[in-house]
Structures are given as C-alpha cells and as structure tokens.
Design a protein around this ligand. Structure first.
Ligand SMILES: C[S@@+](CC[C@H](N)C(=O)[O-])C[C@H]1O[C@@H](n2cnc3c(N)ncnc32)[C@H](O)[C@@H]1O
Length: 222
C-alpha cells in the first residue's frame, strides 16, 4: 500500500482558498436527507479547511472532522471557534480510522479517498464499513478514468493510480481513478444508492474540466 501524503494547505491562497471554504452543492441535499432520516453523528472524512465540518455542525449534527494534515485541523478548529460551534477534530490517516466500530450515522468524503492506491482504496472501503452503523450512509467522490489527470504522463503506481505532478497542494499525492464497474466491485459489501458522474468546468482558465464519480452508499442491515 502506498504511503499517505497530506495536502499542503499552506500554499492555498486567494481564490483557491475561497473555493475550499464554500460548501459543495450536494452538501445542502445531504443535510436535508440525513436530518430527515434522523441521523445525528456525522464524520467529515478529510475535512480540509472545514467547510463541511462547520456547515454540518451548524445544521445540528454531532460532528467530527478528520484529516491527515495538521494544518487542516488547526484551520478547522479556528473556523469552528469563529463560528461558535462545537466539533471534535482529529489528525490521522483514513487507512486506519481512530474511531470505534459503528461510531457514525453518516460520513462525507469529498475528494478525499482517491488519495491512495488500489490496495489503500480497499482498506478505506473496509474502514468506512467498520465505522458506519447499520443503515448508515456515506457520500463520497472518486476521480474518474475519463478525467484529464488519468491521461497524464505521471508516475504509475498500479493500473488505477498515478502520482500527481504539479506546482500546487497536491504535488506528489497519489490519485486513484475509477470507472463504473470498479465502483460496483469496490462497494459490493454496501447497498449502492446512487452513482453519477459529474463534469466540473474550471472557469477563468483555458477550457478544462474534470470528471468525478459521486457515490452514495448505505451499510446494509445485518
Ligand atoms: C481535496 S481536499 C478536500 C477537503 C474537503 N473534503 C473539502 O471538500 O473541502 C483533500 C483532503 O484530504 C486529506 N487527505 C489526503 N490523504 C488523506 C489520508 N490518508 N487520511 C486523511 N486525510 C487525507 C488532505 O490532507 C486534504 O485535506
């Protein structure tokens, strides 16, 4: 399994930082969905600057934020204090989550669990299953094999994984890319509720877009 590497949040500034502070579109849907289902304990896995940690805490969830980057957890803590919400924060690696079995009703991992290789992905999927309660849900995104990154001449780790090369916060970080068949195989131990592929256009630059799968899974009742 490839060694995990955190984002370098110290170099994220200006417009890019603003992007990572604004909640993603589906987060509003997830809040409504999970409140309606009576879910309470929420984990923001790979919380970054804390945009969803704070959003879900404000919406009334008992919220935990978790990230490999110490800077990410420091920034999320400052954001929580400024927002006057209580959250539980931990630094650690998603390959070995520091939570008891069945700790959470709902988990959000947006643009996080792709930061590993194929063996790492299988370990993360088993960790998600372990820490979710029966009937609990997880919404996650995965890089798609259709996206430009998978077509780059970057160092290859395995048939699904490359090491990103860039002048930015993701330099040297593994990226796992999926297709639909691989998603069905990876999450066969869950009920797959929804899978869709989104093309995100990057505005103000040359026409460039990236493709991600969005996946909603539910831990089956025994
Ligand atoms: C693209 S950012 C997304 C942040 C957040 N989910 C959001 O949507 O704003 C990816 C985050 O995953 C974290 N990360 C990468 N590998 C990780 C690992 N092995 N364990 C925990 N967090 C990890 C990075 O440090 C970074 O904060």
């Amino acid at each position: 399994m490839i060694k995990s590497k955190a984002w370098d949040w110290g170099i994220v500034k200006g417009e890019s930082k603003e992007y990572w502070l604004e909640p993603a579109i589906e987060s509003y849907y997830l809040i409504q969905r999970w409140l309606a289902q009576g879910k309470k304990e929420f984990l923001d896995l790979g919380c970054g600057l804390g945009r969803h940690t704070i959003q879900f805490a404000k919406a009334g969830f008992k919220t935990s934020g978790f990230d490999l980057s110490e800077e990410s957890i420091t920034k999320t803590k400052e954001y929580a204090i400024a927002s006057n919400v209580e959250v539980t924060l931990k630094v650690g690696d998603m390959l070995d989550l520091p939570y008891d079995d069945k700790s959470f009703d709902c988990i959000y991992c947006r643009n996080v669990i792709s930061h590993t290789d194929t063996n790492g992905m299988r370990k993360i999927v088993s960790e998600l299953k372990r820490v979710l309660r029966e009937g609990g849900e997880c919404y996650l995104t995965l890089g798609s094999k259709q996206t430009w990154g998978f077509k780059q001449d970057w160092p290859i780790v395995d048939e699904n994984t490359k090491i990103r090369v860039e002048d930015g916060p993701e330099n040297g970080i593994p990226h796992f890319y999926a297709d639909f068949d691989l998603i069905v195989e990876l999450f066969k131990g869950f009920q797959i509720v929804k899978v869709f592929q989104v093309e995100d256009y990057i505005l103000k630059k040359e026409p460039l877009s990236s493709f991600h799968y969005h996946v909603l899974i539910r831990k089956k009742q025994p």
